[in-house]
Design a protein around this ligand. Structure first.
Ligand code: PEP
Length: 249
């Protein structure tokens, strides 16, 4: 039985004061939520500090990683450093990184390998643009994004990844995939992993992301191949985020 996982992606939002308030509020609102796994991904500079104040049982994650191990890469952060900061999860391949920073399928797959080599859990984001969906290319795009990962990581390593399906047209837009649309893609992802690597597919957590809110979370999470969510905007509001975590129970 796969456990539900809810991950908050705080993106580049907040100040130290805002985050302190959010953490206090999370402490209060997440009380009694125990069956779902929960993690938050703050901006880099706050990682160590957030780790000290996170409510018990909430995991820490980062939003990106450098593909290189160490060296003269000004402004970059290595997987070993994220490990040192007690991160458990790291998001890679978010559509904002793909679109705004030109990250390719191959680069994202290499970052995934780098994280696995440092005992971190990659949350690998895949998803199609609206143009691709309207051209009936959704599964082709996602298939290519997954193939790039398969080319870089072996079966044992893949088993430790989380995959997040995030349709680009649903991120931050208020437009959510219907539960049926999301389930169709999740079933495709699980099926593709199964054909490539066999039964590990049944144990892997596949998350949905894209305008998940308290009022749509339960129906999305009740789909058979949706094992939780990657939550952007709504993760900055403790009450809303806690309600989403409850919907996963
Ligand atoms: C995200 O950025 O990963 C995301 C899903 O954002 P939102 O929930 O705001 O659509």
């Amino acid at each position: 039985m796969r456990r539900k996982l809810i991950v908050g992606n705080w993106k580049m939002h907040g100040s130290k004061a805002d985050i302190a308030e959010l953490l206090t509020s999370l402490q209060q609102h997440l009380q009694g939520v125990s069956r779902a796994e929960i993690a938050v991904c703050p901006p880099y500079p706050y990682l160590l500090w957030v780790q000290d104040y996170l409510p018990d049982g909430i995991g820490l994650g980062a939003q990106n990683v450098c593909v290189e191990t160490q060296g003269a890469f000004t402004g970059e952060v290595a997987a070993s450093m994220l490990r040192d900061c007690d991160c458990r999860y790291v998001i890679v391949g978010h559509s904002e990184r793909r679109q705004l920073y030109g990250e390719s399928d191959e680069l994202i797959a290499r970052k995934t390998r780098q994280l696995l080599e440092h005992d971190l859990i990659p949350i690998v984001c895949v998803g199609e643009t609206l143009t691709a969906r309207e051209a009936n290319q959704t599964l082709v795009v996602i298939g290519a994004q997954l193939d790039a990962v398969f080319a870089q990581v072996g079966t044992d390593q893949l088993a430790r990844c989380v995959i997040a399906y995030e349709p680009v047209w649903a991120i931050g837009t208020g437009r959510t995939a219907t539960p049926e649309q999301a389930q169709e893609v999740h079933a495709y992802i699980r099926g593709k992993i199964r054909s490539h690597c066999g039964s590990i597919a049944e144990d892997m957590q596949l998350l949905y992301g894209g305008s998940v809110k308290a009022n749509n979370a339960a129906t999305l999470f009740s789909q058979s191949d949706i094992d939780g969510g990657l939550i952007g905007g709504a993760s900055l509001n403790a009450e809303e985020f806690a309600a989403i975590c409850r919907a996963a129970e």
